[in-house]
Design a protein around this ligand. Structure first.
Ligand SMILES: *Cc1c(COP(=O)(O)O)cnc(C)c1O
Length: 432
């Protein structure tokens, strides 16, 4: 499989090169030259496949010859080594719980897959690779955990000071070893911009082999298709589900759309956003206008200029009508998010995290207007990751999983930096 740059000013590359580079030299995102189709046999047998085999079959066409079958099967098995339960909340709304991995958020899937692929590739090359990654909260922890101790790979995480939850911060600042956290005095968009600039800085890229572990990277983005398939394995409805995805950078929704394009049955997609809603606004108007990110209680979705949006456009060949007929966008305020957390806890006994609550509200509203439909939303993080937000809303303590208790006794180590590329560059050159 070859990947081309969406800016079309760089040569096409294979999976290995796309994973190592992260982003194309023209700053475009890589996109597969074709979308594999699930065969009728695959779809018929899908419900009986085990998680690892299913993952392998979904991703193999994208990887091609870049990783031998035996290694890719092992990578897949290790990546999905935890549960992905579809849990029913009401008779029409279920949740796909994606928080059973080591850092309690869905990003574990992409980060574990990518770290293992990069570990595999770095065995075959000289010199270190530096993973440079911007996080709005959950990527940092997932990437840190996925890459901890991986030979030949250094990880540098940029996160916005004061804009991630305390548990998220501990997850990305306390591991040490090959993981460094840069605490940027700015927003997530600043962090993302700094990373993008680093990739096109010639002096820097000559001195350090840089790659990205954001959903920009195909090895992080594409495996997110797995759990849409796991949800379908567990789906009991007579008709395909409506799928609501809490969205920030739109990697998750984009992956779901890729699986759908390959043939996975989905009735409709709901893009659930907080007030950082450039995509829902686009779905209404046909005009895409990036905005400045505004902080909310669903902080992992505080993205004003979602980088994967261009992939969604590409998938639909820029056909606005088609996009609009497939995806409905929602903008959900913090007030509604908090009300939803409280109401669903009281009425259904289910505790949502703020991101899941945004999607719950959007799905509930959509189903209200489509009385025959049923669906599920992705619960992208465990509510305990946001206990500072959730506990005051429900007035109840959340029990700490043991993985979190361990963190609370660790010491935060970060390097504060201004949102200034010259400073980042200086740091990266000094530590090369
Ligand atoms: C990253 C994240 C999101 C947004 O996912 P995208 O793929 O960036 O759209 C939603 N919820 C949580 C908890 C996240 O960590």
């Amino acid at each position: 499989m070859l990947y081309y740059s969406l800016k079309k000013q760089a040569p096409a590359v294979d999976f290995r090169q796309a994973t190592i580079a992260g982003q194309a030299p023209d700053m475009g995102l890589y996109f597969p030259e074709r979308i594999p189709k699930f065969s009728p046999d695959f779809l018929r047998d899908l419900k009986h496949k085990n998680k690892a085999d299913l993952a392998f079959e979904v991703i193999q066409p994208y990887v091609g010859d870049a990783i031998p079958e035996e290694d890719l099967r092992r990578i897949c098995a290790e990546t999905v080594d935890f549960e992905f339960p579809l849990v029913s909340i009401t008779d029409r709304i279920s949740t796909l719980e994606l928080f059973h991995g080591p850092t309690l958020a869905f990003k574990d899937v992409g980060a574990r897959f990518m770290s293992r692929c990069l570990g595999h590739f770095s065995q075959q090359r000289e010199g270190k690779v530096t993973v440079l990654v911007a996080t709005s909260g959950d990527t940092g922890g997932a990437v840190a955990s996925g890459f901890l101790g991986v030979e030949g790979v250094d990880v540098v995480i940029l996160y916005p000071a004061g804009k991630v939850s305390s548990i998220q911060e501990l997850q990305l600042t306390t591991l040490g070893q090959n993981i460094t956290a840069l605490e940027i005095q700015g927003t997530f968009d600043d962090c993302q911009q700094l990373v993008k600039q680093a990739f096109v800085d010639q002096e820097l890229t000559q001195r350090r082999s840089l790659t990205s572990a954001n959903s920009i990277n195909v090895a992080r983005w594409l495996p997110q298709q797995f759990y849409f398939c796991y949800a379908w394995q567990q789906w009991q409805g007579e008709e395909p589900p409506v799928v609501a995805v809490p969205s920030g950078n739109f990697g998750n929704l984009g992956a779901g759309l890729m699986a759908y394009e390959s043939g996975l049955p989905v009735k409709h997609f709901v893009a659930a956003c907080n007030i950082n809603d450039s995509v829902p606004a686009y779905l209404l108007s046909g005009e895409f206008e990036p905005k400045l990110a505004v902080p909310t209680i669903s902080n992992a979705m505080d993205v004003g200029n979602p980088s994967n949006f261009v992939r969604i456009q590409e998938l639909f060949k820029l056909d606005y009508e088609h996009i609009k007929n497939t995806i409905t966008g929602y903008t959900v305020t913090d007030e509604t998010t908090a009300d939803t957390i409280k109401r669903v806890k009281t009425e259904q006994g289910y505790l949502l995290d703020p991101h899941g609550a945004v999607a719950y509200h959007a799905l509930e509203d959509y189903l209200g207007q489509h009385p025959g439909d049923k669906g599920f939303f992705l619960e992208t993080a465990h509510p305990v990751k946001f206990y500072d937000t959730v506990e005051p809303i429900t007035q109840e303590k959340i029990a700490l999983p043991s993985a979190v208790e361990v963190l609370l006794n660790r010491e935060k180590k970060s390097i504060p930096l201004a949102p200034d590329f010259a400073q980042l560059k200086e740091y990266l050159l000094a530590t090369a």
